[in-house]
Design a protein around this ligand. Structure first.
Ligand SMILES: [Zn+2]
Length: 479
């Protein structure tokens, strides 16, 4: 046996080696950053020490609906809100704006009507005579008759409920309601003036959370207005560009936004062919805005990526892939999408929840430098993982895999921006003594692994560096 001092030194050597593998550990912090780092670690330890005595008190362990207010009161969360987080890389456009904003602004517009169709309460903008003909009721009238109508409406447009465990006993039940929330807002947001107001707000919520660029998973929406105009696909992209341009003009330091075409994963082969043809045409018209392709929907219910192989090969040269893959807790089943995402050269992988049980695929991900878009709150609300301390991405972070923290569908569970997911990842998925380095690495990864071209990436890095330095200085003044 070793003497105690030799044993301790061997022990420290091993722990140090392991610490040096963690994401962000290779970054060198300057003097100012180191000061802030110590402060953040102190706050983190204080917060963790309270809950260490009673794990029930550990905030991220509780369901997000139950702990959102407490997160907002955390000192760490307040720092994360102010911290320049770089880019948001995995958000679905139709779940990107706070329900509160939608209710208070969009649903209060004139000509908003509601009706239950296939058990989903849908909202649409219509001329009065058309609405009455088809049995739609004006929201104004509903509000005047139903007490707390807006609270009721919030529950129709989001997953938020008082008791999630009872309301969503299984993955299938939560996904059923989840799909319903997209259906509920779809017609309403296809109304062109509403869409443009919505998309502007979507960028604003990123900006207000100190995010400078967003990539949105979406499909082209069939925009309409009350004059009876039905707009073409290219008008949808024109609208996106118009709003982005205005937003950038109003908010300097906002880099921009990009679109990732997202196909429903139960699409038929014929429809996929037509869909891809159209998006390739659109890509030629909007080369900067449209950056890639993805498949969306409940992965356990959809076709596997392998089914689409021939069609995907034909567009590979024109569109980059950003596939959701392995968003499952099954083993030897849906998780096989991971091998296809890797072999088909997906630039990033959405979720990759099942990745850490596949050592060979992990090696390939590292070799090909594919970023994993980890969305901890989404995984909790959609019932893949209850306690984020047990999140399967923890071993990826421990080994320094290129992880980016993303929000997925923040509005659906009452979040906005990235800070909530950053908070959960930072508090539950990184070691107690891990501070500013991992946060800086999250931001750097979000820029490095974005779909921005090299010129825009350089600009993004310059803007972010300045904002980062300002943030550090401002924080130190207040210490
Ligand atoms: Zn997603």
């Amino acid at each position: 046996m070793l003497k105690l001092e030799d044993y301790i030194s061997e022990r420290n050597r091993i722990l140090k080696k392991e610490q040096n593998l963690f994401l962000g550990s290779t970054l060198e912090l300057n003097e100012k950053e180191s000061k802030l780092d110590s402060h953040i670690i102190q706050l983190k330890c204080d917060e963790l020490d309270v809950s260490y005595q009673n794990s029930e008190d550990f905030i991220p362990r509780r369901h997000f609906f139950k702990c959102k207010n407490e997160i907002e009161n955390s000192k760490i969360f307040k720092i994360l809100r102010d911290l320049p987080k770089g880019n948001s890389l995995h958000t679905h456009l139709l779940a990107s704006v706070s329900i509160d904003f939608i209710i208070k602004n969009i649903t209060y517009r004139d000509n908003a009507y509601g009706k239950v169709i296939n058990s989903v309460f849908k909202i649409k903008f219509l001329k009065r005579e058309d609405a009455e003909k088809d049995g739609w009721v004006s929201l104004k009238e509903m509000r005047s008759k139903q007490l707390n109508f807006d609270d009721w409406l919030e529950k129709q447009l989001s997953l938020i409920v008082d008791c999630p465990q009872d309301s969503y006993p299984s993955l299938e039940s939560v996904w059923k309601k989840f799909k319903g929330t997209f259906s509920a807002v779809y017609d309403m947001l296809c109304y062109k003036p509403a869409f443009e107001e919505y998309y502007y707000q979507s960028l604003k919520e990123l900006f207000e959370d100190n995010i400078m660029y967003g990539e949105f998973r979406a499909t082209p929406m069939p925009l309409y207005d009350l004059e009876g105009t039905h707009y073409k696909t290219e008008d949808f992209f024109e609208s996106m560009l118009k709003v982005e341009k205005k937003f950038k003009k109003d908010h300097k330091d906002f880099i921009g936004a990009r679109y990732i075409h997202s196909v429903y994963r139960r699409i038929s082969s014929d429809d996929l062919k037509k869909d891809l043809e159209e998006i390739i045409l659109m890509k030629a018209k909007f080369p900067k805005l449209i950056v890639g392709l993805d498949f969306v929907g409940f992965e356990d219910e959809g076709y596997s990526l392998l089914n689409f192989y021939n069609d995907l090969v034909s567009v590979r040269e024109k569109l980059d892939f950003f596939f959701h893959a392995g968003e499952t807790n099954w083993f030897g089943h849906t998780d096989s999408n991971l091998v296809d995402a890797i072999l088909m050269k997906s630039r990033r992988i959405g979720h990759g929840f099942a990745l850490s049980r596949h050592p060979q695929l992990m090696s390939l991900v590292r070799e090909q430098n594919i970023a994993i878009e980890v969305c901890p709150i989404s995984n909790q609300v959609l019932l893949l993982n209850e306690d984020p301390r047990n999140h399967p991405a923890v071993p990826l972070l421990s080994q320094g895999f290129p992880v980016v923290i993303c929000s997925d569908d923040p509005a659906t569970w009452g979040a906005s921006g990235l800070s909530y997911d950053w908070y959960v990842a930072f508090m539950a998925m990184t070691p107690k003594d891990c501070g500013l380095k991992v946060l800086k690495q999250f931001a750097l990864n979000s820029i490095q692994f974005s779909a921005l071209d090299d010129v825009d990436k350089k600009e993004a890095m310059d803007v972010w560096t300045k904002r980062w330095d300002d943030f550090i200085s401002k924080m130190l003044i207040n210490l």
